[in-house]
Ligand binder design. Structure first.
Ligand SMILES: Nc1ncnc2c1ncn2[C@@H]1O[C@H](COP(=O)(O)OP(=O)(O)OP(=O)(O)O)[C@@H](O)[C@H]1O
Ligand code: NI
Length: 369
């Protein structure tokens, strides 16, 4: 008994040490735009966040808030007419990815950095068997061939709890159910032995039970392999289950960031409060949040005001004129929100002046289009 307790305590301590470490991913002032005939869409508009070794960081927000563009930016998958603006920084494992060539990106996607999409079709090729694709990944990334590759592929399918693995290796993706296919995609990612996994709504298309199983699986793999995970979802319930820290995204910007317990106990940004109020009692994977009146605007001009103001129940005049900057809103500097209501110990006039001057400081280093 005593021994179990001690060893469990130690594991927790080790875990904590891990997450206290240096970030493996550090994103600073990321700006990704799409040039269309009519306008410049600022899909990701100056976001900054870190992910430390072994932790799961969530990005949550409604449809159109820029979550997938963030993921694709990190993976080097932004194509014309899209562009990551200069002044953006993506540091991964000490390397500046915004300076990477396509070839360098291909290599890192094959080894350090993996991605699981909402739709497994995007990761799996329908014309090859599941086994073929996993073995190809093993050949490409670990140099395994023939019987050796086959054995390792069986191991990987077993590690994601796909029953009857050696038979299923010979099946095509369409012969797998949605949940099993997503497991197979995860197995394929593991064939690349990644340190970092980006999951873009990997459970959204699945029913609640299967969704919970996949989340458990990701948690187990993370513990076994020390994976760091960036987990993207529109679902606050999923965030509660999987994330250590959370970034709330709205119209291309992060509007609040906090450790997960803190965010749920003490949400500060009116948008976060709205999202939390919108959690349905009976969660269904396909449901988009709809209970905050209105939609996310397309960010097509510089944010010189609060983009949430038109939908915000607490907006006041200055919200249309002054861009809110991140200020500490909780006990620690781990909890910040970009909202003119804070810091709440100041009166309205000095809060607005505070944000105005923070904004003036930051424009010198940010990019102009
Ligand atoms: N290739 C593109 N060309 C033009 N605009 C784009 C392109 N890709 C994304 N956008 C725009 O960027 C914004 C953010 O889109 P994004 O897909 O990142 O949203 P999201 O938060 O992932 O939403 P969802 O929950 O629906 O997946 C949207 O306004 C979208 O229309
Ligand atoms: Ni998306």
């Amino acid at each position: 008994m005593m021994q179990t307790d001690t060893s469990q305590g130690k594991t927790e301590e080790e875990l904590k040490e891990d997450t206290d470490g240096e970030p493996i991913l550090s994103v600073k002032n990321l700006q990704t735009v799409f040039y269309t005939d009519r306008e410049t869409i600022r899909a990701v508009d100056g976001i900054s966040f870190d992910v430390k070794q072994g932790e799961t960081v969530g990005i949550v927000g409604e449809s159109g808030s820029g979550k997938s563009v963030t993921a694709r930016s990190l993976m080097g998958l932004i194509e014309s007419p899209g562009k990551i603006l200069s002044g953006s920084s993506i540091q991964f494992d000490g390397k500046e990815l915004t300076e990477y060539t396509d070839k360098q990106y291909q290599e890192i996607r094959g080894s350090g950095l993996g991605m699981v999409f909402q739709d497994p079709q995007q990761s799996m090729n329908p014309v090859y068997t599941v086994g073929n694709q996993i073995m190809e990944a093993l050949r490409f990334n670990q140099g395994l061939r023939g019987e050796e590759a086959r054995e390792e592929a069986v191991n990987l399918l077993e590690s994601v709890a796909i029953p009857d693995a050696s038979r299923r290796l010979n099946e095509y993706p369409h012969e797998f159910s949605g949940g099993m296919r997503q497991r197979a995609v995860i197995a394929m990612m593991l064939a690349c032995d990644p340190d970092f996994l980006i999951c873009d709504e990997p459970t959204t298309a699945l029913d609640v039970t299967i969704q919970a199983q996949i989340l458990d699986l990701l948690g187990e793999l993370q513990e076994e392999r020390g994976l760091s995970i960036l987990f993207i979802t529109h679902d606050m319930g999923v965030i509660a289950e999987i994330a250590d820290r959370v970034n709330v995204m709205y119209a291309g910007e992060i509007v609040e960031t906090a450790p997960v317990e803190e965010l749920f106990a003490n949400p500060r940004h009116p948008y976060t409060q709205g999202l939390l109020d919108a959690i349905p009692g009976e969660r269904s994977g396909n449901e988009r949040l709809r209970t905050i009146e209105g939609d996310v605007p397309t960010p097509n001009e510089p944010a010189t005001y609060c983009r949430f103001a038109p939908r915000c129940p607490e907006a006041f005049d200055a919200c249309d004129q002054v861009h809110p900057e991140h200020v500490q809103v909780g006990e620690s500097d781990e909890h910040t929100a970009a909202c003119l209501l804070y810091p709440s110990d100041k009166d309205e006039e000095s809060r607005v002046a505070h944000h105005r001057s923070l904004g003036a400081d930051s424009t010198t280093e940010s990019d102009t289009v």
